[in-house]
Design a protein around this ligand. Structure first.
Ligand code: DGL
Length: 258
């Protein structure tokens, strides 16, 4: 099956590029359009209604650009809005949720930690999944302030280190052996997180799983591209600087109202 239209990917900001990279690596012949709604970031403190409305606005922009499949590269938007998106639009969606399952299934201590936004941890979808693993103790921690620091380009600031220490130390003391990164911004913090966690604690995120799921959907339902135009396009609706630098200035970032 051939379908030359692009894959759309959106997040509240730069975080979803961690998912975009996994998709781009696995599917280098696909054209991608990435949307960073950084004017409205962070989503994590917003109400469900706001997150649904912002997600719909992003989807409509991607559909105007003929996207054949949309990846919701944001745990907060997935856990609060993917049910509504699937109900309202015909296009196939791939979402990202905190990877509780591999962590709980492999944990020896039966204690795992999850770092995510307030919106994700309070969502019905997250809580339903967490209930399925009631034999595992799940230590939930809201990453207050982390997304804002990342969006402001302060990844390596002393404030970031301080916040991470305050969130991770209680998990270490509770004997976690897995830390689940439940926000697509957090993989950018892995070097700092590794400095805090003892070596035996494994860190997992869902980027590669989302890329594999995207590939499966293209194969089964949507179709792969055979176009020679594979240059990714990045859009922001506020300051482009942090996205440009996270992409190491390899791709142009277009500022546009959406
Ligand atoms: N990167 C997003 C997530 O995966 C959203 C973070 C935010 O905007 O608060 O949850």
């Amino acid at each position: 099956m051939i379908n030359n239209n692009p894959i759309g990917v959106f997040d509240s900001g730069i975080g979803g590029t961690s998912i975009w990279s996994a998709i781009h690596e696995l599917l280098p012949n696909e054209k991608t359009i990435y949307l960073a709604d950084n004017k409205n970031a962070p989503y994590g403190q917003r109400s469900k209604e706001e997150i649904v409305a912002l997600s719909k606005k992003n989807v409509e922009f991607l559909l105007e650009n003929n996207c054949k499949l949309i990846v919701v590269a944001c745990n907060t938007a997935t856990t609060n809005a993917i049910v509504e998106l699937r109900a309202d639009y015909d296009v196939p969606f791939v979402g990202i949720e905190p990877a509780i399952k591999p962590a709980a299934n492999n944990s020896k201590t039966q204690v795992i930690g999850i770092l995510a936004t307030k919106g994700t941890l309070n969502s019905e979808l997250f809580n339903k999944t967490a209930e399925m693993f009631h034999n595992t103790k799940i230590i939930e921690q809201v990453g207050h302030g982390l997304v804002q620091l990342i969006e402001d380009g302060n990844l390596y600031s002393p404030e970031m280190t301080q916040l991470l220490e305050s969130y991770l130390q209680p998990m270490i003391e509770a004997n976690i052996d897995y830390l689940v990164l439940g926000c697509s911004h957090y993989p950018y913090l892995i070097p700092q997180i590794k400095k805090i966690l003892p070596d035996h604690i494994k860190i997992i995120d869902s980027g590669e799983a989302v890329a594999r799921q995207t590939k499966n959907l293209l194969k089964e339902k949507v179709g792969f591209s055979e176009s020679t135009d594979t240059d990714p396009v990045f859009y922001v609706n506020s300051n482009p600087k942090v996205l440009e630098s996270i992409l190491e200035y390899k791709y142009p970032v277009i500022k546009k109202d959406f």
